[in-house]
Write a protein that binds this ligand. Structure first.
Ligand SMILES: [Mg+2]
Length: 316
């Protein structure tokens, strides 16, 4: 399948449209796709996953690269309290990428497209030195959608799923310790981001502000607080981690709390909302929004825990 047109023909067959979605009028095959969201606001975002920057080809299968790229892009739509409808995907393919790897990559994209609802309606193929996947996703907000700037003092801070597991999984792989007992779920968690569509739909009607955790819990919470003109206090002991997190960190000599607070690529949804049973059912309550600016983490005795390059420092 060296011919670009053969690849495109195959892609067209791989991304057959779902008849049930009125938003997509025309998919792959013309100069551009046509979609129709009607008379309502739409959400749009673009995300690039680049070999060497976001992944190494020896640490993740081509199929998982595809799944991961599309899911990570959709995560930004979910973080807006919106549902993805369609996406366009630009692939840069190195000449040493085998046909079988190309097919697996596209299979992974197709699998995530089905699972998230972001139908692939177009894209671009290009040659290049490094493999990259650039995904533009279009979606529609549930209700008015959720932005970063609506958090209010007294709101609780919530997060879905677990924190630090993806960063720990990547650390395991980079240390060449994939054989460690209990490591596999963490590696999987890095390779395939969570499917948060259902949580996003719930959050859309609950949250005052939301963001997805890509840079690390504290940093992304700081972005949200900056936009809202507020601060927040996070309780370190309340952070949700995957079973076996502490044990695996100890084995590798890593700071388990630092990974939960600052590990990246969780792709969980971090949001603020008035405390409620409905919000508690969707996510873990990890802190509170304050009028005082700045984001701080405290331990169970109320002492401030500081994250820096070397780990935690305690201040009395
Ligand atoms: Mg984001």
């Amino acid at each position: 399948m060296h011919d670009e047109f053969a690849k495109i023909d195959w892609l067209r067959s791989r991304f057959e449209l779902d008849d049930g979605d009125d938003a997509v009028v025309l998919g792959i095959g013309d100069d551009a796709a046509i979609f129709d969201f009607g008379n309502r606001p739409a959400v749009v975002t673009v995300d690039a996953q680049v070999e060497g920057t976001h992944f190494r080809r020896d640490l993740i299968s081509a199929r998982d690269v595809g799944k991961r790229a599309l899911t990570a892009a959709v995560s930004d739509v979910w973080a807006m309290g919106a549902m993805p409808n369609a996406c366009v995907v630009a692939l840069t393919l190195p000449s040493d990428l085998e046909d079988s790897a190309f097919r697996a990559l596209v299979d992974g994209i197709a699998e995530a497209a089905r699972a998230t609802g972001a139908q692939v309606i177009g894209g671009n193929l290009s040659g290049g030195r490094l493999l990259s996947i650039t995904t533009t996703v279009f979606g529609t907000p549930v209700g008015a959608g959720v932005r970063r700037d609506g958090a209010r003092p007294g709101d609780a801070v919530y997060v879905t799923g677990v924190l630090g597991a993806a960063a720990l999984g990547l650390a395991v792989l980079e240390a060449g310790r994939g054989d460690l007992e209990g490591a596999e779920p963490f590696i999987e968690r890095w390779r395939t981001p969570p499917m948060n569509g259902r949580s996003a739909r719930a959050i859309a009607t609950l949250a005052t502000a939301a963001i997805d955790v890509s840079d690390g819990c504290l940093q992304d919470l700081d972005h949200l607080c900056e936009a809202s003109g507020v601060g927040a206090t996070v309780e370190v002991e309340a952070l949700p981690t995957m079973r076996g997190h502490g044990q695996l960190c100890a084995t590798l000599g890593l700071d388990s709390r630092k990974l939960a607070l600052a590990g990246g690529e969780d792709y969980e949804l971090l949001f603020t909302a008035p405390p409620s049973n409905e919000a508690d059912a969707v996510a873990r309550r990890i802190g509170v929004v304050t009028a005082e600016r700045g984001v701080r983490a405290i331990d169970d005795s109320g002492r401030v825990v500081e994250v820096d390059e070397t780990g935690f420092r305690h201040f009395s």
